[in-house]
Write a protein that binds this ligand. Structure first.
Ligand SMILES: Nc1ncnc2c1ncn2[C@@H]1O[C@H](COP(=O)(O)OP(=O)(O)OP(=O)(O)O)[C@@H](O)[C@H]1O
Ligand SMILES: Nc1ncnc2c1ncn2[C@@H]1O[C@H](COP(=O)(O)OP(=O)(O)OP(=O)(O)O)[C@@H](O)[C@H]1O
Lengths: 223, 223
């Protein structure tokens, strides 16, 4: 049972701690601000008010004995860095540290951070890529010229069963998911995603296929 | 050709604007802080110093004529809200607004924001889910509690054929792709992605599976 500690309960740290705890992980949440500690104490295993950049505090609260620590302190880079250095010194197996830019990221890795996260930076990239394709399922590049792409049902598929189309042989693509669309009693459009498509599914015009394959094979299919 | 405007060039807005521009989208980057404008001006189509919460400014700089605007202002919620209201009033088709919590999210939607993003919150959830499945290498949320996830080969799969594992029936997940790893003549690691997995593929330890399914089914598989 993995024991986690989350240090720094800004928006990011708070959400990490609470999500882990909701999935029944053991979570110690740490912050020097008593209001942050108070706000989270009913949602984690243990909430501790302390300055994480002091070695004795880390030892006294047993932070050195957890498996994985996330240092989510944002603005105070020195506190973040010192906390990271101390945690590795105390033998914590996995230390994940937050960085605000490349230089911070390099420094943190140099002092032993096992992994770096940069929430605003990572999300900025994802949102941008997302927007360039009208939905996240429209296009996710995998590697080596393959992608995950969303396409409307090709007319040649209409009224046919998935299994009878032999897509793997014919087009060399893999249908990852089928989104079915309908209308509920209030007239609102509904969407049902089947990410383990039924081989007996019969295609209709309102279906959307989520396919994976090489870019050229997908283009042949989508024509 | 979609025209974007990004208002508020903190870490998040900066990254969104630069990523869009790197993919050849047309991007107007806006901030009231001249240093932010200066720092980004060579990396976007146009960088404008202005207060976005003033209607005349939005019109004068043609922000009302772009297709999609991201309001990435963080701390100043009133400026964020007012900017969002004005953009919808001026007829901008898609306004994506940043929210720091649920209440802000509800308010922004009420005044017409087409979509809400919460970088620290969204990344907090992703990182937490990522950490809970230690064999999970990446995690992309799809819709309705489904995700696309990369996992190391579960030990129970080793030396077995894909077809003999009956994954659809057993685990209700869909193996979208298999990444095979090897070493070339110069000793460098190679990766080959098979996005239309061969049913006769025999799993080895260095394989990585790309799977799609509901989050709970994927967790069972990744344990
Ligand atoms: N030495 C320290 N020990 C413990 N907690 C600390 C220390 N220094 C800062 N913190 C806490 O870290 C938390 C997050 O840091 P901060 O608010 O600077 O980041 P932020 O960038 O605003 O966070 P977010 O973007 O996640 O909202 C704060 O609640 C702060 O009290
Ligand atoms: N009325 C406004 N018009 C234009 N820009 C604004 C306005 N108000 C704030 N900004 C800009 O928005 C940017 C981002 O806001 P802020 O720094 O408050 O958010 P942040 O939460 O620190 O951002 P991030 O987490 O993305 O680094 C700042 O560069 C600020 O100058």
């Amino acid at each position: 049972m993995t024991k986690f500690a989350v240090i720094g309960l800004g928006m990011f740290g708070y959400r990490v701690a609470v999500t882990l705890a909701e999935r029944n992980a053991e979570v110690i949440a740490v912050d020097k601000d008593p209001r942050k500690v108070e706000a989270i104490k009913d949602r984690v295993t243990l909430a501790v008010r302390m300055d994480s950049s002091i070695e004795e505090n880390l030892i006294a609260q047993g932070i050195n004995r957890v498996d994985s620590v996330l240092v989510c302190i944002g603005e105070n880079f020195e506190a973040n860095l010192l906390t990271t250095v101390l945690l590795k010194k105390l033998g914590v197996k996995q230390v994940i540290a937050r960085a605000a830019n490349d230089i911070q990221s390099q420094i943190l890795k140099l002092v032993g951070a096992d992994r770096i996260v940069s929430p605003e930076d990572d999300m900025g990239k994802r949102i941008a890529q997302n927007l360039l394709m009208s939905s996240i399922l429209d296009y996710i590049p995998l590697t080596n010229g393959h992608s995950l792409v969303q396409i409307k049902t090709p007319s040649s598929f209409l009224h046919k069963k998935l299994r009878d189309l032999h897509l793997r042989d014919q087009f060399k693509v893999n249908v990852v998911a089928i989104k079915e669309h309908g209308v509920d009693q209030d007239g609102k459009t509904t969407e049902k995603i089947h990410s383990v498509p039924d081989p007996n599914h019969i295609f209709v015009e309102s279906d959307v296929l989520v396919v994976v394959g090489s870019n050229s094979d997908i283009e042949k299919l989508a024509r």
